[in-house]
Write a protein that binds this ligand. Structure first.
Ligand code: HEM
Length: 195
């Protein structure tokens, strides 16, 4: 996949453990967010735009986290933000943007969204970068974060000369894939049998 880059520390796409959600269950989730083959097409289009502006994308999200102490604490210990941790995660976050735009939604994709969830939960948080920081990103903020990481993307999708309709379609496709990721990420937070 030529849109993917150099090895990234801690990025284990293709080697993550198996998601407890099956591909059939994923299909039902896709149907629930009204995901269509067109969305895949528009995600590829969005990928071209976002890959080019990946640094800005992450700057916007990090600015959001950095300006809210209740979010920054998840990258911190004793109220001191760990810059190395932020930098390491930043690279994997950029890669995730590319992955959700370009990668096929298959077993590897499913497994990695689960892995991302484990890394926010106390099961695996801090382990990849061997840091000491807050032990868990609380569930409520994962769901709430769907809004900013969707809303902030639209201006970036719009600044490369695409028609308003294309921008809207790309944005809707992005919104759907963010919801899918967020849902899959929260598996470890839900009591057994209730997901
Ligand atoms: C829709 C919601 C969210 C998505 C899609 C998301 C996505 C990601 C991704 C892709 C990574 C890197 C995964 C990897 O290691 O390859 C990551 C890591 C991380 N995110 Fe999020 N995130 C979300 C919400 C949040 C929120 C609200 C916070 C709170 C500040 C947060 C804090 C973190 C932290 C601390 C890590 C590093 C975890 C570790 O120790 O490995 N995330 N996130």
């Amino acid at each position: 996949m030529n849109k993917l880059q150099e090895p990234i520390a801690g990025y284990t796409y293709g080697q993550a453990g198996t998601s407890p959600i099956s591909l059939q269950e994923l299909e039902l989730l896709k149907a629930t967010v009204l995901y269509t083959p067109d969305d895949e097409k528009y995600l590829r289009m969005a990928g071209e735009i976002l890959a080019e502006q990946a640094e800005q994308v992450i700057d916007i999200w990090y600015e959001l986290v950095g300006s809210h102490p209740h979010l920054l604490q998840y990258f911190s210990r004793n109220n001191l933000a760990n810059l190395e941790y932020l930098t390491a995660v930043r690279k994997r976050f950029i890669q995730w943007v590319k992955d959700v735009c370009y990668r096929p939604i298959d077993q590897d994709w499913l497994n990695y969204q689960y892995e991302i969830g484990l890394r926010h939960h106390r099961i695996k948080k801090n382990k990849t970068d061997e840091v000491e920081a807050s032990p868990i990103v609380h569930y409520r903020y994962i769901t709430a974060f769907i809004y900013p990481i969707t809303a902030t993307i639209k201006p970036l999708l719009a600044n490369k000369g695409h028609s308003p309709e294309e921008v809207e379609r790309m944005h809707q496709a992005w919104f759907k894939v963010v919801v899918l990721t967020a849902v899959l990420m929260t598996y470890p937070y839900v009591r057994a049998g209730e997901f």
